[in-house]
Design a protein around this ligand. Structure first.
Ligand code: ADP
Ligand code: MG
Length: 690
């Protein structure tokens, strides 16, 4: 059995199950093995009721003392039981399980496991799992994997499938050479993969995870170094000169560039006119004003008679850029002839745009990543700017270049990573930092609160809307049924929450929702309506995280803030505070655990992305195994650039040493690694150079 074997080859995976797995992006055995548990459940020893923690999973050993109540609410049957031990008593609530009245014997002792919610002074455990003491003992002191689920696919089913694969899969011979293995203290791949799914204990799990994270970083960094080698030898096939256009534009702008923007603009100008091809990253916190630099670079390109392209990760963002630039062009008489290229356009419209690009009639192409890279024939593409979330491989570059004249590349990122990490992760780029905000900004006012604060928050939101302002509300889920949330706080979802808000806010306030699974045309429409102020409150998933600029929005409320990484929350917060009005950010935590609140407090205290990233790093030590995923351009499967920073450094050193000793991986001891890396490379790097 190999990585590419389809999961339908497995026993028990038929057409129906295959479809469920497809929803989780699992098609092959390799996908399944790389579907690492999202966390692990430990079945701790039962505790006394009086000592049981609140708002987290716990087990109690207690006797059933009686039925408190039994009622029906529509289709729902609700059964409340009372249980107690020597220390106290507890209410258990069961939904649609009327048979328990008979199966649970009064006076009988059972183990009940679930989350205990506070209700006044008493505790209530909802829908607990019930075990006999013998059954429970078998589960204690082990780590049980918990996978991401989809409706119809249970955790047990996935566990069984993974077990089956582990017994049949051929891991082959280790691909790292002995030096790398020993020096970095890596356990064999087979052991790592087996252990990460079914760990014997916590220490073993940490070792397993470390090996897998190392692998992930190692191949990424190796490919990036190869990319750098390739880029460094590219000469400037589109040399440019500064013209009056950019000078005039800057004079007409209603604001002066900040010192930091000015410095970066100078660096860009130098790159574009130097003998080498530009490869630059602009790193600047949300709201620091990166777009204007992109516009300047594109304007210089157009003024020199070339084409430029601006790529955005989402259609909504592409449209926004298109509108901003078209407006600038009109207002300041810029020489742009812009076209928009997004997926929701009809094929007829697209065809027309392709024609304008090929003929050179269009000198600025704005669109989503995929479209700008596919199928398009450029007349004279000299500069590609990517906004958020993209890296270039050699092949993509060649693809864009068409006839072999590679364009300059400018990457803009708001992921605030400390400089030491940036040097490793962006090793193939020159880095410019915008470390200063425009002077006219009022700092955002923040608060971190529990769910009980909601009524106040809604009142506040209504007040801001009254003043003519707009509001974002973020929820982690799209609809209510995506994930099993047993043992965790309730996750809010966009669809239900929008309804809830419509009821909670005064009539007349327009509430709409937005999420990633909507049709692109619908998403665009909603965003346009929001930008045009016909929507007051936008309830959304994190799709609006990247780059949206609606300066009239002044409130960002994030539900289940505990589910997001600090860097991501900071990105979300960056959607407000973009205009002259005072802005506010309300982080609502579904969990009031101490460490959760402490983590969120960091956001409360600081509006500085780099500071937040470094604090996050400090708080989440290496012990934080499956911390919250950070979003952003570094979407490693399990590695986290912050909490795994030390592994990242080791992998980086290992790659450097390997490239020194055997740059082309020609030695026999590296033959398997060469095969492994070229398989991993896929389309990111051209391995003809290997
Ligand atoms: P980001 O860096 O997050 O992409 P934007 O480029 O969208 O930020 O800029 C945010 C807002 O700040 C925009 O409305 C932009 O016009 C404005 N802006 C940019 N530079 C300055 C400046 N030097 N002074 C005042 N406002 C600025
Ligand atoms: Mg931006």
């Amino acid at each position: 059995m190999k990585k590419s074997t389809l999961i339908t080859e497995l026993k028990g995976v038929g057409e129906k199950t295959q479809k469920l797995y497809a929803k989780l992006n699992i098609k092959t055995v390799g996908d399944l093995l790389a579907d690492y548990p999202r966390d692990y459940e430990t079945f701790a020893e039962p505790v006394k009721i009086a000592q049981a923690p609140r708002e987290e999973a716990a087990a109690v050993y207690a006797a059933v003392t009686g039925i408190l109540s039994e009622k029906r609410a529509g289709k729902l049957h609700i059964l409340n039981l009372n249980v107690s031990d020597a220390s106290g008593s507890l209410t258990l609530t069961f939904y649609n399980m009327p048979f328990l009245k008979k199966t649970l014997k009064r006076g009988g002792f059972y183990i009940f496991r679930g989350v205990i919610h506070r209700r006044g002074n008493a505790g209530v455990m909802e829908q607990p799992k019930i075990y006999s003491p013998e059954d429970y003992r078998k589960l204690t002191n082990r780590l049980i994997p918990r996978y991401s689920l989809t409706k119809g696919l249970t955790n047990q089913a996935i566990q069984k499938c993974v077990k089956q694969v582990l017994s049949l899969y051929d891991f082959g011979t280790e691909y790292y050479n002995q030096t790398i293995l020993k020096k970095n203290n890596l356990i064999p791949e087979r052991e790592a993969v087996e252990t990460i799914h079914f760990p014997d204990d916590y220490d073993a799990l940490i070792r397993a995870r470390r090996r897998i994270v190392f692998d992930e970083f190692f191949s990424f960094l190796f490919l990036m170094r190869k990319n750098r080698e390739f880029c460094e030898q590219l000469s400037n096939s589109h040399p440019m000169m500064e013209t009056a256009d950019t000078v005039r534009f800057l004079e007409q702008l209603p604001f002066p560039l900040t010192k930091a923007q000015e410095k970066v603009w100078k660096e860009i100008k130098e790159d574009l006119s130097s003998p080498c091809c530009m490869n630059r990253l602009i790193q600047g916190d949300v709201g620091s004003g990166k777009t204007i630099l992109a516009v300047l670079a594109l304007l210089m390109t157009a003024a020199n008679g070339y084409q430029g392209a601006l790529m955005a990760p989402t259609e909504v963002l592409a449209i926004q850029h298109y509108e901003t630039i078209t407006e600038y062009a009109g207002k300041y008489g810029l020489i742009f002839r812009p076209v928009l290229l997004v997926g929701s356009m009809s094929s007829k419209e697209k065809k027309q745009v392709y024609g304008q690009i090929a003929s050179g009639e269009a000198n600025l192409i704005i669109g989503t990543h995929a479209l700008i890279q596919e199928k398009v024939q450029y007349a004279s593409l000299a500069l590609v700017v990517t906004d958020e979330q993209h890296r270039f491989g050699v092949r993509q570059r060649e693809h864009l270049a068409g006839k072999g004249n590679t364009p300059h590349i400018l990457v803009m990122s708001a992921t605030p990573i400390p400089r030491t990490l940036a040097i490793i992760l962006y090793g193939d780029l020159h880095i410019s930092v915008i470390d200063e905000m425009p002077a006219d900004r009022l700092p955002i006012k923040n608060c971190v609160v529990g769910t009980a604060y909601r009524p106040k928050a809604y009142k506040f939101i209504a007040g801001e809307v009254e003043k003519g302002r707009q509001v974002y509300v973020i929820c982690p889920q799209i609809a209510g049924d995506e994930e099993d949330t047993e043992g965790s706080p309730v996750l809010e979802n966009v669809v239900d929450y929008a309804e809830k808000l419509r009821n909670a806010l005064p009539p007349g306030i327009q509430v709409a929702f937005l999420h990633g699974k909507m049709r692109p045309a619908d998403k665009n429409r909603i965003m346009e309506e929001f930008a045009a102020r016909s929507i007051d409150v936008l309830v959304s998933t994190t799709v609006i995280e990247v780059g949206i600029n609606v300066p009239n929005a002044t409130v960002m409320m994030v539900e289940n803030a505990e589910r997001f990484g600090l860097a991501q929350l900071h990105q979300l917060r960056g959607r407000v505070g973009r205009g002259k009005h005072q802005s506010y950010c309300i982080f609502v935590s579904g969990s009031e655990k101490k460490d959760t609140m402490e983590r969120l407090e960091i956001l409360n205290k600081s509006n500085d992305g780099f500071f937040i990233a470094s604090q996050d790093l400090k708080l989440r030590g290496p012990g934080d195994l499956f911390g919250i995923r950070q979003s952003g351009e570094f979407s490693f499967r399990i590695g986290d650039i912050y909490s795994d920073a030390s592994v990242l450094k080791q992998a980086s050193d290992a790659v450097d040493e390997l490239l020194q000793e055997d740059p082309e991986l020609r030695q026999p001891e590296n033959a398997l690694l060469r095969v492994h890396l070229s398989e991993t490379a896929a389309d990111s790097v051209d391995f003809r150079t290997l």
